[in-house]
Design a protein around this ligand. Sequence first.
Ligand code: MFK
Ligand code: FAD
Length: 570
Amino acid sequence: RRLFEQTAPTIPANTFLADRVLASIVRRRCASYSDLASSDLTRFAYVLNSPEALQNERDANQHLPILHTHNEWGARVNRIDTAHGWKAMKDLAAREGLIALGYTSSDPSSASNSNRRIHQFAKLFLFSPRSAMFICPLAMTDGAARVLLSLAPQNSRARTEFLPRLLSRDPARFATSGQWMTEKPGGSDVANSETVALPVPFLQTSDIADHPSFLVHGRKWFSSATDADITLLLAREGVPLHNNADPNNLNDFTFRETSRGLSLFFGEVWVDNGSKQAAEIHHHAIRSVQTLNGISIVTLKNKHGTKQLPTAELEINGMRATRIGDPFKGVKAVAIMLNITRLYAAIGSVAGLRYCLFVAKDFAAKRIVFGKLLVNQPLQACVLADLEILTAALTHSVFYVVELLGITESDETASHDDAVLLRFLTPVMKAWCSKLSIAGTSECMEALGGVGYIEETGISTVLKDISVNAIWEGATNVMSLDLVRVLVETKGAAANIFVQKMKNILDSCTILGQEHPKHPLSRSKAIIESLLVNFPAHCESVLEHHQQSRSLLFLVGYIVASVLLIEQAV
Ligand code: MFK
Ligand code: FAD
């Protein structure tokens, strides 16, 4: 008698072709460029399912980074060994132009900025759940590229040497960036930062655009992807008390308290033998003669998820750095980066949910319970259908905001209203997509029963990895208060712009049979319209009572998703 064995669920061979929502977004939002984008996405999805890519993914998930702080002679070293699969992710990201695509087009004739951002983020959507968290350094690299493009002087090394490397499609040249903000006393509230940057006087008189002109001293409490090539970091900028101020002596400087004393700095993580510390770097050949730039790696964090990612605590003692942007405007400068990485957190979360839903649906098509395929049990069919709607809602919403990002980055198409709307919706997508995707992914785990809880079936890793998206880049309360910040700074105009944009979309939706108010779409439309009528007043009330800002954030997410689903359905 043969004993039962469950057939394992599989994901589709091509996760782009199998994702009708993503395919329809690319068709609609890439306009005349959509055929090119779609064929590239189809090809890329096959690449991700190739034996080589699957092996790299497994390897990166299994062989976690290891920190070596001392060599066999007891000498202090800073060596992080990362998996072959992790390094392969970087090479693949370069070859596929996962950053470059957002900035330069391989087909300039037909692709607008927003087309390119949609194409890029659609690729990231496919890549994220297969990337063993390499999506994280990519997010920071994209954010850093945007900062350098916006703020670094034209003739600076950051601009001429490193920006092209962040955007390179050549694996041997491609560089990634870190983002060092969080310190022990201040992750959300960076005003408490203790790290200082002291100007180096003899370099101030030379061409500072070309020379490191600060020495940084301090500690950073979380540094993701510590194997990055460069980093952008916040530090309290010292003002010299006299002409002979020594950049290694804190007493020669005065500091502004609050976050208005912080500036943003650019530094290479690795430099050509500039440090006394010996470092053996098992990465690209380019690093073989390099050492850390005044940085010591204290430890790698033992995390709930994202274990593939080398997240370290750092001590910084004389790191050479240049300021990016105006002095004491560091928070404003790094916000350019944050607004990009927050969209990555949103996309990465939804992509994780999409992936797990593929698994849950395939399992339901193979598993028999109480005499029927699970998918044919009406109750489970409803659970899976709800998850499909949730995934579609989140995917449409986040790509709507990605399109806004592309539009606002383009000189030709940028409008004030689009910029305000992008600013308003970015924290919403970050928090709302993360929260709902984590809940949805947990539901996918349950949909597999006990085996869903087993590490090797894949959902567990995704759930643990995407859980961090609610925390890093600003936790949900911080995003809710950021929404309030936008309302305050625009004196409420953001609320009106949001209402108008949503109404415009709804007005363009002609619902067949809408003369019947009981038509489900007409009823949904009417509900959203009434929410929009009350929305500005609701925002005013939140300005009085900040504790309501979280529910406002969720309401905005709900409205965007509903409007876009109605638009899709008609
Ligand atoms: C798959 C995903 C991959 C993602 C990978 C990421 C790896 C992990 C990396 C990290 O986690 S990096 C650390 C991320 N840290 C944060 O996100 C910090 C969260 N805390 C906040 O966001 C706080 O609200 C904030 C630090 C901004 C508070 O700082 P302040 O200085 O007390 O805020 P303030 O005074 O309100 O704003 C200062 C200026 O910045 C203002 O401009 P002005 O100088 O013109 O007045 C603000 O308008 C501006 N600003 C703040 N947030 C902004 C912004 N501007 C644009 N966009 C924003 N989001
Ligand atoms: P806190 O700021 O102490 O926040 C604790 C709680 O208080 C949160 O829930 C928050 O929402 C809430 N809160 C804060 N302010 C308010 C308020 N005013 N009202 C109500 N509630 C509030 N940081 C980097 O700089 N670079 C990195 O590369 C990096 N990588 C990371 C990797 C991982 C895996 C993790 C987990 C974190 C990483 N971080 C990184 C740090 C991350 O950005 C911070 O942990 C995060 O911003 C929260 O800061 P905190 O830990 O200091 O928490």
